[in-house]
Structures are given as structure tokens and as C-alpha cells.
Design a protein around this ligand. Structure first.
Ligand code: F6R
Length: 275
């Protein structure tokens, strides 16, 4: 694991964007795993800017989102499809047919939809780089505490805390879904490179549990300890409970010398293991 601690949320977004851009330049048909929520919004703004300044093109990129609410039509402004369109896809040259979210129609069997999503990811060649946020309760995607560490794309019931945390995004008259379809933890762990972004003090506890706590289904993000190429990109507030902070800063400075020379992805696109 590499733990990168940066002064503020803006630097977290910029650092994350540089990793995505590096991959897209080395592999124009990259398969990106994307997240929604407040945290990656600034990352998507950076990617849009990099596209506008002709640094990168999304024309061959394929994307798979982590999750989607169950029972929301993609046209619903609260759907994660709408979020992705308005934050990123509408502003770049991506082919919308190459963008995927685990949407399940009411009449469909969620198990079949989950299995089909997994197959689509494999047919695309697997995810090169998965972007993750983290819930205040340690969830990744909508894998809430007690999610099996071997879980695959399926329906999850959101915890009261997650519903509460996300209620800020819903207007009083809007019904807030409590079920979601999400990639599983095993699905996430199959991505070749993981980037977890976290900002703000409300994430400090779950970040500490994920990095320094025991491997436990009670903190789904702790499963990332099993991945050989994971970078946690944190602002000072999200990192404030970490006990090993001094070491992480020191190791990151050393790692940057390597990454500066070779980048995060080598020519064969195996990620550079700097953790
Ligand atoms: C959403 C997702 C969630 C969020 C997490 C943090 O696709 O995967 O795990 O990353 O709930 O959300 P924010 O960034 O809003 O704090």
C-alpha cells in the first residue's frame, strides 16, 4: 500500500487525476472503474480540463461504475447514471455505449444483472484502474460493514448511517433509495490498480481502520490490504488519525523518486508496486 498525504482536497484531486491521465496516455483504451459521491467530483473536473486542453481523449475508454441505486430510472436526476453524465461523460469525447453502471430494472432479476455485470467487466479485459471513495463506516462501493470479502456484484441494503450521510444529496420531496446494486469486494480487488481518495475529518476514523486496522468485514475498505497495487490519496484531515503518518510521508517521498522515473504504470501496464 502507498499512503499519500496531501495538504488539501484540491491536491488530492490533482494527484489522482495525474494517475488516471498517465494510464490513459499509456493505454488509450483503458478500462476505468469509477465512483460517485462528493469526493471524486473535483477529480472529474480535472479530467474534463485535461480533455479540454487536449491532454487526453476518452474516445476509446471503457468505464464501469461501482454502484447504482436500485429502483431509480437512469433518467432520474438522483441516479448515478445522471451523476456520471453531468460530472464527466457529457463533457468529454467518451462513447456512452462504453460506459456501464450496474442498473437493474424493476422487472429484472438482480442476481442475473449482477452476474451479467461481472461478465461485462471480464469481456472488457478487467478494470485497469478503479477509483474508490470511502464511507464514514468504512464502506467501498456500497459494500457496507459485514459484506463478504469475497462478494461479487449484487444488491446491498444500505445502513442507516449511509442513508443519513447521503440524505444531504436528496431534496425533501425526493424518495431516497435504501437498496443499491454494487460491485462486490472481490470484484474491486480484481482491478489491476486501486486508488482510494478520502478527504475531510469525517473520514479519518474509517481511513485509519482501513489502513491500520485488522482485516475485517466490519470495515470493508480494510480488504484493500490484500491488494498489491493500492494508493490511498488523503488530505491532512482524513489522515489525522493515522499512527504511522511520519513513516507514510517519508516512504511517499522515496516512492516519488521511483514514480517520477517510471510512472505508476510501466509499459506492460503492470502497475509499479511502490507500496
Ligand atoms: C459511490 C461509492 C461510495 C462513496 C462513499 C463516499 O459510488 O462508491 O462508496 O465513495 O460513500 O462518498 P462521498 O465521497 O460522498 O463521501
Amino acid at each position: 500500500m502507498e499512503i499519500v498525504v496531501l495538504p488539501d482536497s484540491e491536491s488530492v484531486a490533482e494527484f489522482s487525476a495525474n494517475i488516471v491521465v498517465e494510464l490513459m496516455r499509456k493505454k488509450p483504451a483503458a478500462v476505468l472503474g469509477l465512483a460517485t459521491g462528493s469526493t471524486p467530483i473535483a477529480l472529474y473536473q480535472h479530467l474534463v480540463e485535461r480533455y479540454r486542453s487536449e491532454d487526453v481523449s476518452f474516445s476509446e475508454v471503457v468505464t464501469f461504475n461501482l454502484d447504482e441505486y436500485l429502483g431509480l430510472d437512469p433518467s432520474n436526476p438522483q441516479s448515478y447514471r445522471s451523476f456520471m453524465n453531468s460530472q464527466l461523460f457529457d463533457h468529454v469525447d467518451i462513447d456512452l455505449r462504453n460506459t456501464h453502471l450496474p442498473h437493474c430494472e424493476e422487472a429484472q432479476n438482480p442476481r442475473k444483472v449482477g452476474a451479467a455485470y461481472e461478465r461485462e467487466i471480464s469481456h472488457a479485459g478487467g478494470i485497469d484502474l478503479q477509483i474508490l471513495g470511502i464511507g464514514a463506516n468504512g464502506h467501498i462501493g456500497f459494500n457496507e460493514p459485514t459484506s463478504s470479502l469475497r462478494s461479487r456484484t449484487r444488491v446491498k441494503t444500505l445502513t442507516e448511517r449511509t442513508v443519513q450521510d447521503n440524505s444531504r444529496l436528496f431534496k425533501p420531496h425526493e424518495a431516497q433509495p435504501q437498496l443499491a446494486m454494487t460491485m462486490g469486494i472481490a470484484t474491486i480487488l480484481e482491478a489491476r490498480q486501486l486508488v482510494l481518495m478520502a478527504t475531510g475529518e469525517s473520514k479519518a476514523h474509517s481511513v485509519r481502520q482501513a489502513i491500520e486496522g485488522p482485516l475485517s468485514a466490519m470495515c470493508p475498505a480494510s480488504a484493500l490490504q490484500l491488494h498489491e497495487n493500492v494508493v490511498f490519496i488523503l488530505d491532512e484531515d482524513a489522515a489525522c488519525e493515522l499512527e504511522g503518518l511520519a513513516y507514510y510521508r517519508w516512504a511517499h517521498a522515496k516512492n516519488q523518486l521511483l514514480v517520477g522515473q517510471h510512472g505508476y504504470f510501466d509499459e506492460g501496464l503492470t502497475s509499479l508496486d511502490v507500496g
